[in-house]
Ligand binder design. Structure first.
Ligand SMILES: C[S@@+](CC[C@H](N)C(=O)[O-])C[C@H]1O[C@@H](n2cnc3c(N)ncnc32)[C@H](O)[C@@H]1O
Length: 268
């Protein structure tokens, strides 16, 4: 589709109730253009804004706003851009499958998994490719990420901030990958309580870790809060113990440089 045609098409979308198919088409087109390096920055911005508009329309009855500035950041354009910048890639999938294979070997009694901050669902899809029988749930604040994750049809994907998420259900394994660093430290206690309450047995914390608490600037207005999440969780709940951990290894980048590892914890 040529840019002129897309523009005309987008103009029409403004006036109608968008459907899933239309968001899908726009999303696919945007990712193609980025991958082929065929679009200017302002063009991409326009498409992102339109994707935001469309998914809000599609999911308007499900959205509950998280008022924190971090909630706003990840709910809005920055969250959309993160998903567009990080589509599923064979190399990342390979890394994820390797790590999840190790984790699932250590946790053969797991029948259900929930990921908090599941993004586009790439972790969940890789878990499912290893074991089809595990019941999968994802919770995600950004509507476009939810859209992408739901397209993968791996399980139930809930549109919610983890800070607003309420359920009586529990899960054999609770997973967070790259999500705790996005949570304001003032809200971490509540996040830890949720993780602990949701878990029947296992918790996987897969985050950048630092012994000292560090605030890292992220994109233009965002922040990431890196700290020793595992130590904090084990200190807070004395029946949570470390089972295993390993660095995430990307081709060409050593784990140490990336400073991100998965840590498997068990609740006794
Ligand atoms: C760095 S991304 C990681 C995504 C995914 N876990 C992965 O490994 O690809 C962090 C994700 O957490 C989501 N997120 C941030 N704050 C959240 C919150 N309060 N509740 C739920 N999801 C949140 C973001 O929208 C984003 O998709």
């Amino acid at each position: 589709m040529k840019w002129r045609k897309i523009k005309k098409y987008l103009k029409n979308i403004r006036r109608i109730n968008p459907t899933f198919k239309e968001v899908e088409l726009l999303s696919r087109k945007t990712q193609e253009l980025i991958q082929e390096n065929k679009a200017t920055k302002s063009y991409i911005k326009e498409l992102e804004a339109r994707i935001g508009f469309l998914v809000e329309e599609v999911y308007k009855n499900e959205i509950v706003i998280d008022e924190s500035s971090e909630g706003n950041f990840w709910y809005g354009d920055e969250g959309i851009q993160y998903i567009i910048r990080n589509p599923e890639k064979p190399s990342t999938n390979k890394t994820l499958r390797e790590c999840f294979s190790k984790i699932l070997l250590k946790t053969p009694d797991v029948n259900s998994i929930i990921e908090l901050g599941c993004g586009n669902g790439r972790n969940l899809v890789n878990i499912q490719s290893i074991n089809r029988n595990i019941k999968i749930t994802g919770v995600e604040i950004n509507p476009y990420a939810v859209f992408e994750a739901r397209r993968k049809r791996v399980g139930e994907i809930i549109l919610s901030s983890l800070l607003n998420f309420k359920t009586d259900l529990t899960y054999d394994l609770v997973l967070l990958r790259g999500t705790l660093v996005t949570i304001n430290p003032d809200d971490l206690d509540a996040a830890y309580d949720l993780i602990y309450k949701l878990s029947n047995k296992y918790i996987v914390i897969w985050e950048r870790q630092a012994e000292e608490n560090v605030e890292v600037s992220y994109r233009s207005t965002g922040k990431l809060y890196v700290r020793d999440f595992v130590a904090e969780i084990c200190e807070k709940y004395n029946n949570v113990k470390l089972v295993d951990s390993d660095w995430e290894k990307h081709s060409g980048i050593s784990g140490d440089q990336k400073n991100r590892k998965w840590v498997l914890l068990e609740k006794s």
